[in-house]
Write a new protein. Sequence first.
Length: 272
Amino acid sequence: MTESLTVTEISIPKAPTLPDAQTVTAVTHWTDRLFSFRVTRPQSLRFRSGEFVMIGLMGENGKPLLRAYSIASPSWDEELEFYSIKVPDGPLTSKLQHIRAGDQIILRPKPVGTLVLDALLPGKRLWFFATGTGIAPFASLMRDPDTYERYDEVIMMHTCRDVAELEYGRQLVESLKDDPLIGELVGDKLRYYPTTTREQSARMGRITDNLTSGKVFTDLGIPPISPEHDRGMVCGSLDFNTDMKTVLEGFGLREGANSDPAEYVVEKAFVG
Ligand code: A2P
């Protein structure tokens, strides 16, 4: 008895372990400003496509440095994927951009967010509007069978400064038709409308301008957005989100939420 008490009183030094640690399995650098990475998925983690979690690294002060990141992988994937900007002096991304396979990151397994199908009323056509890394939640939603079961047509509008920044989204969209799991469901339902604003490419212009001028409707051969048929999800910078709200409300759409579904929802893409 005495002996065992003595043993418990001796503190056995343990190797420091991170709380909620997950292991990086792959990293892809798309441009000098953009990278994506995959990590192990906590067994208990369930999420709805479009939601985000807090992820990060241990700071030098011993406190976790966490930011909100949309999960870019579909809910059926056994790993988790994230898509991130690299900000040279960003507190987290200046360090996170150097992670390699085998490293650990912190992931709080509490998914939340408004970019979920349940926050929208049923409709005919679902629009995804993204700038930059704002495509991340749609990378998940574009791979969710529910998206295609609920809507006849899905339109992915993505705008970046230059062509190289569109590449992550382009490769993803192109892979979907041949995807063994959801390729058949996607079929011809998914339409992709990428544009650049600072480099010459096949299609140019800001999403807001291409909507208000009607160019995107002409190009796709569809009627303008209406509250009766169209639903929208917006993810980009603060300015983009604010301008998109004005554009969508101009078409008569109302903002929805989990508790009060309507015609469109908005979320800020992570920056910093
Ligand atoms: P632009 O080049 O005309 O600023 P960033 O890389 O700065 O996050 O921007 C990503 C893309 O989002 C760019 O193509 C940029 O166009 C576009 N963008 C930025 N702000 C807005 C906005 N308020 N409305 C529409 N598009 C925007």
